[in-house]
Design a protein around this ligand. Structure first.
Ligand code: TYD
Length: 208
């Protein structure tokens, strides 16, 4: 019997929304109750997920650069990630749980930095050849809440040092994309307690 193609699930949200808190728990839920026997969950992240991608991540998170260079490097890392990790995993029937994907590029480089969404859509078509997440969980919080949460975090990277205005534009673009693709997106009110969020995540796990 040929193995059914796996599911591709992405986690998104502005820095400080708290998505990282929920990733590992979500993976365990998938493995326990959802992934078919014999398949596993591949957990990965962007930018990153491959050796080349992790090198690009270091540059992207720490070096200043032109906004188009930033978008191109995000998509270069993504091309490698799709070709060597994501697509092979989905083809063999594994599920892929990815911490950020192309919605982050539209939100951060498009919304936050103001890069043309048309240019990003061109790169998306080129690099992804139709690949898109089956389900995207968007952890949504007001900019102010995210900024307070980030305040307590470790030494900020290039993006975490951005202004509240940048994160408001980023959040708005995430919400706009979610409104455009309501069947793919689940919006999670990340101001809720961890327990309440887990109740919602359980519903999502069973509905996938
Ligand atoms: P993040 O996923 O928040 O990791 P950590 O929890 O270690 O900070 O960091 C990745 C950063 O990269 C985040 O600030 C968003 C940014 N980013 C983009 O600007 N565009 C993209 O396409 C992706 C994938 C990430």
């Amino acid at each position: 019997m040929t193995q059914a193609r796996g599911k591709f699930i992405t986690f998104e949200g502005i820095d400080g929304a708290g998505k990282t808190t929920h990733l590992e728990w979500f993976r365990e839920q998938l493995e326990r109750s959802r992934v078919p026997a014999g398949a596993s969950v591949v957990m990965t992240r962007e930018p990153g997920g491959t050796s080349l991608g992790e090198s690009l991540r270091q540059i992207l998170l720490h070096e200043p650069m032109h906004l188009e260079t930033e978008a191109l490097l995000m998509f270069a890392a993504r091309r490698e990630h799709i070709a060597t990790v994501i697509e092979p995993a989905l083809s063999r029937g594994d599920w892929v749980l990815c911490d950020r994907f192309t919605d982050a590029t539209f939100a951060y480089q498009g919304g936050g930095r103001g890069l043309s969404l048309d240019k990003l859509a061109t790169l998306e078509r080129w690099v992804q050849e139709g690949l898109e997440p089956d389900v995207t969980l968007l952890f949504d919080v007001p900019t102010q809440t995210a900024s307070e949460r980030r305040g307590a975090a470790r030494e900020p990277d290039k993006f975490e040092r951005e202004s509240d205005g940048f994160f408001t534009r980023t959040r708005d673009e995430y919400l706009r994309r979610a409104a455009e693709a309501p069947r793919r997106f689940a919006i999670i009110d990340a101001t809720q307690s961890i327990e309440n969020i887990r109740v919602k995540l359980k519903d999502i796990v069973s509905s996938i």
